[in-house]
Design a binder for this molecule. Structure first.
Ligand code: GLU
Length: 285
């Protein structure tokens, strides 16, 4: 997205700052395109370092952050010169097994610099659908936070089958937000948010800064979005928004491809906020 557009559609700083500052627990979802350098097959270390500095700042003011990260398949597949799009399920799972190690080592290195440990949590949809496993996962996430480590979640790609996989970490992140009663879910993406039309096709397309209800008109906008075809495209982001909003959790989509992307949201950078009704927020357990 051009910076020109980004500037045009900034969200009032006060709005984003209030939403982020008032959250006790936040989920930050990081997409593959942000964390993995597709050319080199390496983690984008300097960028990750800035995100972790942002996360550490949240902890310093008494908030808790759980990271949901993609990137295992992208990193692993570079090792074999697999083309990400044409992977058979077995290749994808192998790539994930190898890439996940590289991914966690990078997070661990960055977190360690700030005195934080890391707790890796790998989940499938069946873990979340099953009440006992969901409760176990929830208490593990809470314990990880209590011992001063940062939970870093990904889908358990090596065991997930077509029936049990989320396939995209947007929905996984929304389910985690629901599971731990997070107040805010941040989806760091490679687009500024939801646009009325595809801004690549129509320069007059406007960024939608606030959504209070996912109407057919909003769904139609996601259908036009530039990133609709990627595994974490706008359609899956709206599905995630539905899960989050039903749980009374606010969700924001913003472009993570910039320095200190969480600070940028807080300072009113371009984004789309999905705000549940007060009634849904009030009935959170
Ligand atoms: N779990 C996948 C990975 O780590 C990412 C799924 C997605 O694209 O959101 O590569």
């Amino acid at each position: 997205m051009s910076s020109h557009l980004a500037q045009q559609h900034s969200v009032p700083a006060i709005t984003s700052a209030v939403q982020l500052l008032s959250a006790r627990r936040l989920i930050v979802k990081i997409g593959s395109a942000l964390i993995a350098d597709a050319e080199t097959g390496e983690v984008r270390g300097p960028w990750l370092e800035m995100v972790i500095e942002d996360v550490v700042r949240f902890f310093a003011r008494g908030q808790q952050v759980i990271i949901v990260t993609s990137g295992a398949v992208a990193l692993g597949s570079c090792r074999f010169n697999y083309s990400d799009r044409s992977l058979r399920i077995q290749e994808k799972q192998t790539a994930a097994a190898i890439g996940q190690v590289q991914l966690m080592l990078s997070y661990e290195k960055s977190l360690k610099r700030h005195g934080f440990g890391l707790g890796q949590v790998l989940l499938t949809r069946s873990d979340i659908d099953d009440q006992h496993r969901r409760l176990n996962a929830r208490s593990t996430l809470q314990q990880i936070l209590e011992v001063g480590a940062v939970p870093v979640v990904n889908e358990n790609d090596t065991t997930a089958t077509a029936e049990t996989c989320f396939g995209d970490n947007d929905r996984l992140a929304a389910q985690v937000a629901q599971m731990v009663n997070a107040e805010v879910l941040i989806l760091l993406s490679n687009v500024d948010g939801l646009f009325t039309e595809d801004p690549h096709d129509n320069p007059l397309a406007r960024l939608v800064t606030e959504v209070r209800c996912i109407t057919p008109a909003i769904e139609a906008m996601a259908g036009h979005s530039a990133s609709r075809h990627s595994s974490g495209g706008m359609v899956t982001k709206l599905m995630a928004a539905r899960i989050a909003m039903d749980a009374g959790c606010k969700m924001v989509i913003a472009n993570g491809n910039k320095p200190y992307p969480l600070t940028a949201i807080e300072n009113g950078g371009p984004s789309t906020w999905f705000l549940p009704r007060a009634k849904d927020r009030a009935t959170r357990d």
